[in-house]
Design a protein around this ligand. Structure first.
Ligand SMILES: [Zn+2]
Length: 252
């Protein structure tokens, strides 16, 4: 070790040992830190061959080698090594996924056609729900009429058999009301304008560009439905809006 002026710096044996100890501690800390890896895609990657989940994995091929961080099939990890599907480098898959996200969500040239498709999907879904609602409402009316006529008969006769029958019809009416509420909630999906969607995605893009781990995680959680791994391709399922998903395939 040299100091400016060319004078050799003399450190005592004791100081030297102290420094060594500190350096070791720092190395240990660094190792500990790197052992706790961020697996942004945990819970989102699945094996296309056996259906298991892919899990994060890190190892050093040799003590002096850089850490290799990846995702691989849990069945590849197990004792029998029953799945041979490929392992993938963490940086590589994160890059692919984020790239696909920006290709789809942040490309203003792509958005108009996506919005059109989405709105058509919602329109069809809504008209399906509308038809369903009509049918259920009609059935419900019939059931309610049946209930009142049964009640009248019951007042006249007091028959136990009719009492049981009434309970049965009332249960049927409850079921219909539940189905009606469900069909009505399906109608809630709004039709979007291009403007609104572009604004929405601009916000997401800003978050992603900020580059922080927290915002990356947030965007991945929200917009990545799942990733399915195959030996020769990767399927990325993107949540576009609500339940509308887009599938992108990346050949390897
Ligand atoms: Zn597998």
């Amino acid at each position: 070790m040299k100091i400016p002026g060319g004078m050799p710096q003399i450190i005592s044996k004791e100081d030297f040992e102290k420094t060594q100890k500190k350096m070791k501690e720092r190395q240990h800390k660094a190792a500990k830190f790197s052992a706790k890896q961020d697996y942004l895609l945990s819970g989102k990657i699945f094996c296309g061959q056996c259906g298991s989940t892919y899990v994060g994995n890190s190892r050093r091929p040799r003590p002096d080698h850089p850490l290799y961080v990846s995702y691989k099939c849990t069945k590849r990890n197990d004792r029998e090594k029953s799945c041979k599907n490929t392992e993938i480098n963490r940086e590589k898959i994160v890059k692919i996924v984020l790239q696909k996200l920006s290709d789809v969500l942040f490309d203003t040239k792509v958005i108009p056609s996506l919005v059109k498709e989405y709105n058509k999907y919602i329109f069809d879904k809504n008209s399906e729900a509308r038809d369903k609602i009509k049918i259920i409402e009609k059935e419900l009316k019939t059931t309610e009429r049946k209930i009142s006529s049964t009640v009248e008969l019951l007042i006249d006769t007091g028959s136990q058999a009719l009492k049981n029958k009434l309970k049965e019809i009332e249960a049927g009416a409850e079921k219909l009301k539940y189905e009606l509420a469900e069909a009505q909630s399906e109608m809630d999906s709004p039709i979007y304008t291009e403007d609104k969607i572009i604004k929405l995605f601009n916000k997401a893009e800003e978050k992603l560009r900020s580059g922080s781990l927290a915002s990356r995680r947030m965007i991945i959680d929200q917009y990545i439905d799942k990733i399915v791994m195959y030996p020769d391709k990767i399927e990325v399922y993107i949540n576009f809006l609500q339940n509308y998903k887009i599938k992108e395939t990346v050949e390897q």
